[in-house]
Design a protein. Structure first.
Length: 311
């Protein structure tokens, strides 16, 4: 049996009639009958018989259908995948993202993408930098958004954008009307440290050491905890701007550090599995969102969140 034989046999068996199968497949009844007869000739046995005017599967057809049904399902999955590769209007994206990007920028990108393409579905996981390779190798994610590029030959990296490190602080602790916070200003306050396991710790560590003499009173293993402590006025958190965006309100401010401390963002995927058109379209939208924030733009508050105003 070829694939056309299988498709027609599956349709006739499923609906129980030649006429129903012809409507399902959008072909004429004589064409369906001809293909069934040709399949029976190739197989050497009958697939259907007429019993009291009704088309009834033979015992051989019942046995064959169990195999064909699984194959038909796999063919259908293949066809959907082929459509996904051709079009950005529907499909499924499995995305891994740094925790700092999971609170605001990624949800914003997904919401905007699905407003334009509502048939696209998402599966999102928070993936730390040191777990990105494993998530890709185990095929848990189609791609992972993280810091830096990868030197691993099995992992390909695509530049996505950049971000800034800054101070998150309660209203009144430091001037909120200046564009950036200096190290001298930080030295007058409690500054919260980050454990080495945190993705931006290598950037934040020197700032915290310079402000505290290397002995922060509070050290945490998550930028979320650092931001929550800052919101409680327990100290000043040195975090990335994307984490800050999810916390800033009228009582909590974020300003970049001066001199500027920046980092790069990249999209990582298996080198042997290039990004699909659907994935590339989403990444391009996310890149546009990051660029619209504008590295070096002045942070302002808008609706309780940080926005950016281009000069």
């Amino acid at each position: 049996m070829n694939l056309r034989h299988i498709e027609v046999f599956h349709a006739v068996y499923s609906v129980g009639s030649i006429s129903g199968a012809s409507r399902l497949l959008n072909v004429s009844q004589p064409s369906v009958s001809k293909i069934v007869k040709h399949a029976e000739t190739r197989l050497g046995f009958s697939l259907f018989t007429l019993v009291r005017g009704r088309l009834t599967p033979t015992d051989e057809a019942h046995i064959l259908f169990r195999e064909v049904d699984d194959l038909h399902s796999r063919i259908d999955t293949f066809q959907r995948a082929a459509r996904n590769l051709r079009s950005t209007s529907e499909g499924h994206i499995r995305l891994g993202v740094l925790p700092s990007l999971a609170l605001r920028t990624t949800p914003m990108a997904i919401a905007r993408f699905r407003r334009q393409w509502p048939l696209v579905t998402f599966e999102v996981a928070a993936v730390h930098n040191d777990a990105a390779r494993e998530a890709l190798m185990r095929r848990e994610c189609d791609f992972v958004i993280g810091h830096h590029t990868s030197a691993d030959p099995e992992i390909a990296s695509v530049p996505l954008g950049s971000g800034r490190v800054g101070a998150l602080f309660c209203d009144g602790m430091m001037p909120s009307d200046q564009a950036a916070i200096t190290l001298d200003q930080l030295r007058r306050h409690e500054v919260i440290g980050l454990a080495p396991s945190v993705a931006i710790a290598e950037l934040v560590g020197p700032i915290v050491s310079a402000a505290t003499g290397g002995r922060p009173a509070i050290s945490v293993r998550s930028v979320y905890i650092a931001a929550a402590l800052a919101r409680s006025c327990a100290g000043i958190a040195i975090v990335d701007e994307f984490t800050a965006q999810a916390f800033v309100d009228d009582d909590l401010h974020f300003r970049p550090i001066s001199p500027a401390v920046t980092f790069d963002l990249s999209v990582h995927h298996l080198a042997a599995h290039p990004l699909s058109r659907l994935a590339r379209s989403f990444i391009e939208l996310k890149r546009d969102l990051l660029e619209s924030a504008g590295a070096g733009a002045e942070p302002i508050k808008c609706g309780g969140m940080i926005a950016s105003q281009q000069h």
